[in-house]
Design a protein around this ligand. Sequence first.
Ligand SMILES: Cc1ncc(COP(=O)(O)O)c(C=O)c1O
Length: 480
Amino acid sequence: MRSHLLNGLTAEHYRRCVTEGVERVAARLIATERPFTGVTVDGLAPRVDAIDLDRPLGDTAAALDELEDVYLKDAVYFHHPRYLAHLNCPVVIPAVLGEAVLSAVNSSLDTWDQSAGGTLIERKLIDWTTGRLGLGPAADGVFTSGGSQSNLQALLLAREEAKSDDLARLRVLASETSHFSVRKSAKLLGLGPDAVLTVPVDRDKRMRTVALAHELERCRAEGLVPMAVVGTAGTTDFGSIDPLPEIAGLCARYGAWLHVDAAYGCGLLASRRYRHRIDGVERADSVTVDYHKSFFQPVSSSAVLVRDGATLRHATYHADYLNPRRMVRERIPNQVDKSLQTTRRFDALKLWLTLRTMGADGIGELFDEVLDLAVEGWGLLTADPRFDVVVEPALSTLVFRYVPAAVPDPAEIDRANLHAREALFAAGDAVVAGTTVGGRHYLKFTLLNPETTPADIAAVLDLIAGHAEQYLGGSLDRAS
Ligand SMILES: Cc1ncc(COP(=O)(O)O)c(C=O)c1O
């Protein structure tokens, strides 16, 4: 069994195994014609169930053959130009290389004595990101597992900085289109069930600052503590960007911590053409960035950044076995002092190799391409009478609904759109997402693949219309 342990003696075996795995994936990428095969749970589960984990296959080739059957063959492939569903990006090769290196060396970023250079690389990337954000000289941050964790940590700091003993009086203000992790965080942080005040949005799905001001004033009048306002730079459903400068002004006036959830919009930080769309973020107290959404990084890769690095102390605990207090005096850089996690992946390496190979402009250019594609998609949708489209994209999301003039019943149209999405997924020709707007079912394209073309968008719209028409067959016939 020692032959499977990675070390100097097994380096040749390691090389062969990993190369074989890489070959399989490469072959899959070449052969994949559709983003999904349409396999069902009932179709796939028996194949997984049939595997006896107590009977190992003994060699990598056999294990990879089996993996082809239970995973690779039927995976959902985000690199495919017709995967248009969730906030998943195709990944850049330097980052995938980073993934291979980081898992082989297997550094853990909690303490200096488990990572050495990895600690310094992560710190440099944090500084690079705070520099791009413009958070100032005292800024700091740490890599996290994703946007949900980044939001949780930011709100933890905000809660502590509010310096209130009465958790029941704390309020977090976020727009109705903010990410659900804000509400989940409030619950995890022990705030009351009414802690998150929902601020309405305008027709562009941006937080209404007049309504925010009203809510802040109400908090003051009722003796409540507005511990944080969450502005979203790239809402999950619409890609809309809240008016950050105005929100920052209100936070300053009412003494509220400003957290900007830029999990999606952070790609603008690398864009030379569209960086201005996220102006105002430099006034935040904390920011969430998900490199695994708009920096073309593999899952997971995220960070929480703060204007005042000293506030990270609210996440600090000293354990004698790991990071005793004396190490602070000795200036030993233990990242666990800033993190909610203990053992932690060296995800930063992926971004490091990306920046060192392609540069930030390279990432920014890819993101610009999808922003431009969204504008073309918007043009296609607004010109097409079969569809109703919700907001002009600020990033790369299009939310729309098939609306045949001949069918007046909105509930029937809801069902047709739901059916179209499911039928598309079952056929595997494309994968699209869905959401509700004003209680009605809509479909969603999240465009994050520069390989997707306007022709792909047009073709998928035709497929959607085709499936919806098929579903409505009876209704359409009756109407004509
Ligand atoms: C705006 C926003 N914030 C936070 C998150 C959560 O990020 P993660 O899925 O990485 O936890 C998402 C996920 O889609 C998001 O869109």
